[in-house]
Design a binder for this molecule. Structure first.
Ligand code: SF4
Length: 351
């Protein structure tokens, strides 16, 4: 994961927006916001007026997979609520240290899907470019929480090799930028990569998988919008939000700005115990996404990664939830319930 750059600042800045019971969200440059992200569970617990015992319980998990939360994301959490659905996604848990049967470091066999440098190919016609291991937030349920990024080509040299492999394979028509979070690449590196991909004649589409529009919306800069809008490739964006409370007005503004640059916008969520495993929570998420012009595309069942068993929801419960959503929402607002199984030619849809 990325190097630590902890610079503690107050969340209550004059140029901030606050809603009752929540912390104030600072409006700053994205790199500065990332540098000032919270990297100590105890600090977040203090800011949210939570029991210090929660931070002590978090210490073990934090050592395994570092804690990282941008202040703008923390600002959407409710003060004094240890069950806040955003907090539960990011606060380390003591149970992460307990090995559970069936939960492994690479349950998707992604190492077997490596082709060249940072290029993974799991399915026909498209391939995944791992650009970095860094994220702006560390989600405790992450399926790549123990992924060996550096050894897997998520480096500048690995990207060069991956682009060459794409150029040499005319069966590939779509490249997916992934990580980590690909939008953490700075603009010059992103520009260079897009230039290279656009020069590959057989490439038609570019898909960006990023959680930054949700957790660090300041990354949606005019320069980024202009570059993406000018691409000859058909660009789509897949964001990652699990709960409607993640999608506040700063996120809404960024997503609205993205509308022209990227006409195709989707969301992928993970079904998470105690966070969004209710019809109400999922319906609210879908309603909010649709209102922001984002299609709720996938609801993933948890990948059984070591340390994440506490988030698992049974497949049968996921199917019940989707059936209930179908009775409540129009079809385009009901996500596909999906699980990725290594070796399958596509994701498996369970509903
Ligand atoms: S943003 Fe995505 S890749 Fe990064 S920690 Fe969260 S789930 Fe994992």
């Amino acid at each position: 994961m990325m190097a630590r750059m902890h610079t503690p600042v107050s969340l209550s800045t004059p140029a901030s927006t606050a809603s009752p019971g929540r912390l104030a969200a600072p409006r700053i440059d994205w790199k500065q916001e990332l540098a000032e992200a919270i990297r100590d569970p105890a600090e977040l617990c203090r800011l949210l007026d939570l029991d210090p015992a929660l931070a002590q319980a978090a210490a073990g998990g934090h050592r395994l997979f570092p804690f990282l939360v941008p202040r703008g994301f923390a600002a959407r959490m409710r003060r004094g609520d240890p069950g806040d659905p955003l907090l539960l996604q990011v606060l380390p848990r003591a149970e992460e240290l307990v090995d559970m049967p069936g939960f492994t470091t690479d349950p998707l066999d992604e190492q077997d899907a490596r082709r060249a440098g940072g290029l993974l190919q799991k399915y026909a016609s498209r391939a995944l470019l791992l650009l970095t291991g860094a994220c702006a937030v560390n989600c405790r349920y992450c399926f790549r929480r123990e992924f060996p990024y550096a050894e897997s080509g998520a480096t500048p040299a690995g990207t060069t090799a991956a682009v060459a492999a794409v150029a040499a394979d005319p069966t590939l028509t779509e490249v997916i930028l992934s990580g980590g979070d690909p939008l953490l690449l700075d603009d010059p590196r992103l520009d260079h990569l897009l230039d290279q991909l656009e020069s590959i004649p057989h490439l038609r589409r570019l898909r960006i998988h990023s959680r930054l529009p949700v957790v660090l919306p300041s990354r949606i800069t005019p320069r980024l919008l202009t570059r993406l809008a000018g691409s000859r490739l058909t660009v789509s964006l897949v964001i990652h939000a699990n709960h409607a409370a993640e999608l506040d007005e700063t996120v809404a503004t960024g997503l609205t700005d993205l509308t022209t640059a990227i006409p195709l916008r989707f969301n992928q969520a993970v079904l998470l115990k105690g966070i969004n495993d209710s019809v109400h929570a999922l319906a609210m998420l879908s309603e909010r996404l649709i209102s922001l012009g984002v299609v709720p595309y996938y609801l993933h069942l948890l990948d059984p990664v070591r340390g994440t068993a506490g988030f698992a929801v049974p497949d049968s419960r996921g199917q019940e939830l989707i059936e209930s959503l179908r009775r409540r929402l129009p079809g385009y607002a009901v996500p596909r319930l999906a699980r990725e199984l290594p070796g399958e030619p596509a994701k498996v849809w369970l509903a």
